[in-house]
Design a binder for this molecule. Structure first.
Ligand code: SME
Length: 207
């Protein structure tokens, strides 16, 4: 193997393994509860540690993060990031169908989460005023803010084809994983500068 070719890390084969079989009858919202859920999320934390062991690059790590969640958690049809550019959210690394590439401040579930700097859980996307439909399969959604050193730099968006797929425990576990992700990742300076849109002041309230 030439010197510049690096073999994939040993964790790679595990990232394509689904913790739950695709299409299994047990994959209802109530079928993904503790202790099985806690165990899956703990395992994800360990796999994230392995994936990031020799990598601090922002795009590499958030790309693997989206893939890790998408291939490991049940009942998901889309997982990815929207990153702040000024006051807008621009599509970042994701897994799933092609999606809308620009979300204005405060728009949709993603814009709401960025504006509020807080998790937004939507049990039924059709009942959420202003929901932006990128995949017609989506029925419920969870959007979590992405912070680096206390500064908002984007959001993580997770969609499910099942109603009411996400609850507070999912939100807490994934936010813990996001913290782990950001602790081990170097974020480019321009994403952290107020002019780059990473400062909460860059998110305007539409009146
Ligand atoms: N539903 C999101 C838009 C992004 S897609 O779901 C990938 C929203 O309302 O902000």
């Amino acid at each position: 193997m030439p010197a510049h070719v690096h073999p994939a890390p040993s964790v790679t084969p595990r990232t394509v393994r689904r913790a739950f079989p695709v299409g299994a009858a047990a994959m209802s919202p109530s079928g993904f509860e503790s202790p099985a859920r806690d165990s899956v999320y703990r395992d994800l934390g360990e796999r994230l540690t392995e994936l990031m062991a020799e990598q601090t690059d922002f795009i590499a790590n958030i790309s693997n993060f989206a893939a890790l969640l998408f291939t490991s958690l049940p009942q998901l049809n889309w997982v990815g990031f929207y990153l702040l550019h000024g006051t807008d959210l621009v599509l970042g690394p994701f897994q799933g169908k092609p999606a809308c590439s620009l979300i204005a401040s405060g728009e949709g579930v993603c814009g709401r989460a960025a504006l509020q700097r807080a998790a937004v859980l939507v049990p039924d996307v059709h009942a959420f005023p202003g929901h932006i439909m990128c995949d017609e399969l989506s029925r419920s959604e969870m959007v979590l803010p992405l912070f680096k050193d206390g500064r908002l730099i984007g959001v993580l968006d997770m969609d499910s084809p099942e109603l009411n797929r996400f609850d507070g425990a999912d939100s807490e576990w994934v936010q813990r994983l996001l913290q782990q992700l950001m602790d081990g990742t170097v974020v480019p300076e321009w994403r952290l500068a107020p002019s780059g849109g990473a400062d909460a002041r860059g998110v305007s309230v539409r009146r």
